[in-house]
Design a binder for this molecule. Structure first.
Ligand code: ZN
Ligand code: CU
Length: 487
């Protein structure tokens, strides 16, 4: 039924379409009206309010950042240049046990909860209030949010250095239920960090009970990504089985020299678990991680770059070793003096990173921390680094697979209905990029450089990034939990 007089809001002409399903690319026009894709095909006789010529460019679904800490940033700095400049149109927030809600006004936020930079005033005491604020002041990207277990512990426990009591478990479970009813897509934990280190497996299962009936996800920054990574994986799977919900292993990695190469064990173990339950994982394309400034030996063994420091902002961008030498103190002491803050730790092996990235079911997530002047370059560079460096330059996987790992696969795993693939009826989240020139420009030295080769980024039909600049559009939506598509 070709209608010669068909008219769209936006018409993207002549692009090479990679549709986010891993299917081979094809040349087609895409017609967009009312924030949705209306038609894909030969639309040469159609007209539109606005026409973009995409010939010679790839057109694909907007990237979904499966792992972010953008919970507060989408409200306080809603233009999100570090995300839209790399083609990201949707962020999954609330990872690693940390969320912007529920909190209490004036309550102390221990590290790593302080990484979200939540203002002491105007905090959200319910998850519903948080999502309402997002709807009232849309950011430039769509947001799907999870509630964090460490946040709940900080809210409900007088002392986090022990397992939760029965009363505290019930209180946390009530908050999880409230979050699920408000539209949270899951519960995350961060048992690696002090606020949740003492939580038992049983505590997490009991707090997470509401996930089951809401068909929400359990997402884990695991207790250990080092010597005891296999036990940590087993714990994560056990929680998923007990709750009968899909689990996501966050930023899968193995840390520290003695463990280099162990992804040869973890990945087959994950694949085996996938036969019996829903498991997925995400990964960022760098050999350095980033989190709060820590003082434990393991984390300080390799090169450490200070990303931000409240008491010593002048140290951002400098090596811990140099600072310690200048101050004439051991590295642990220098690190202690710079707390609270965040740092970049060179703790992984490139072969492991590539093995995890190349694993079929691995989604791409930045784990970017939008804090300080010298953040980890993953905040600005993750997605173009996959497209440019890992797919095109070293050939780790075809471009169709790269796009799938940041769109269709992620939408499926997180149940983000109507996004992640290109077909009529889907939300018009789109990226137009140059496959030959796309690359990440952000480096450890200059981490806030926008990617190259990302031509146009469209969020719910609104052109949000074009020719290297933000258009000012803030057309992001709140994505709430939908029943997960059958896979
Ligand atoms: Zn984490
Ligand atoms: Cu994280």
């Amino acid at each position: 039924m070709t209608n010669p007089s068909i008219h769209f809001d936006l018409l993207i002409r002549g692009g090479t379409v990679i549709d986010g399903t891993k299917a081979p690319r094809f040349v087609a026009d895409i017609g967009v009206t009312d924030g949705h894709i209306v038609r894909i095909g030969d639309l040469s006789s159609a007209t539109a309010e606005q026409v973009l010529d995409a010939s010679g460019f790839i057109v694909c679904p907007g990237f979904i950042d499966s792992h972010t800490h953008d919970d507060q940033a989408v409200l306080s700095h809603g233009s999100m240049p570090y995300k839209v400049s790399q083609g990201v149109t949707t962020v999954v927030a609330g990872n690693c046990g940390i969320s912007a809600a529920p909190l209490r006004a004036g309550m102390d936020l221990p590290m790593p909860l302080s990484l979200l930079d939540s203002p002491a005033e105007g905090r959200f005491t319910t998850f519903a209030a948080y999502l309402d604020a997002l709807r009232a002041t849309p950011s430039s990207v769509n947001v799907a949010a999870m509630v964090g277990h460490s946040t709940l512990r900080a809210l409900t426990m007088s002392d986090m250095d022990r397992p939760a009591s029965e009363t505290e478990i019930v209180a946390m479970r009530d908050h999880v239920e409230e979050a699920m009813q408000a539209g949270a897509i899951g519960l995350s934990t961060g048992t690696f960090y002090a606020p949740a280190m003492k939580a038992t497996t049983r505590e997490i299962i009991e707090v997470g009970r509401p996930l089951t009936s809401h068909k929400a996800l359990y997402v884990a920054h695991m207790r250990d990504e080092s010597d005891r990574v296999m036990e940590a994986l087993e714990e994560t799977f056990e929680i998923g089985r007990a709750l009968e919900v899909p689990v996501v292993v966050s930023h899968h990695k193995v840390m520290h020299k003695g463990n280099f190469g162990r992804t040869q064990l973890t990945l087959p173990f994950i694949r085996e678990a996938m036969k019996h339950q829903c498991v997925s994982l995400d990964c960022y394309p760098y050999t350095a991680g980033s989190t709060m400034i820590r003082t434990d030996r393991g984390m300080l063994d390799g090169r450490v770059l200070i990303a931000s420091s409240e008491p010593h902002p002048e140290c951002a961008g400098r090596d811990l070793a140099d600072i310690a030498a200048e101050w004439g103190v051991p590295r642990e002491e220098a690190a202690r003096r710079m707390q609270p803050g965040s740092a970049i730790y060179f703790i992984m092996d490139e072969d492991d990173v590539q093995r995890v990235l190349a694993f079929d079911e691995t989604m791409i997530g930045s784990d970017g921390i939008p804090l300080g002047e010298k953040p980890h370059p993953r905040l600005w560079g993750t997605f173009p680094r996959i497209l440019g460096h890992y797919s095109r330059d070293i050939g780790l996987f075809p471009l169709e697979t790269a796009v799938w790992k940041m769109t269709g696969l992620t939408a499926r795993n997180f149940g983000l209905h109507g996004r992640g693939t290109l077909k009529p009826g889907q939300h018009a989240d789109l990226v137009i990029f140059d496959a030959i020139n796309v690359r990440d420009a952000a480096s450890y030295e200059s981490p806030d450089k926008p990617a190259e080769g990302i031509a146009t980024v469209i969020v719910n039909g609104a052109i949000t990034w074009q020719r290297g600049a933000h258009t000012g559009a803030r057309n992001g939506q709140v994505i709430t939990r939908q029943e997960r598509a059958k896979t």
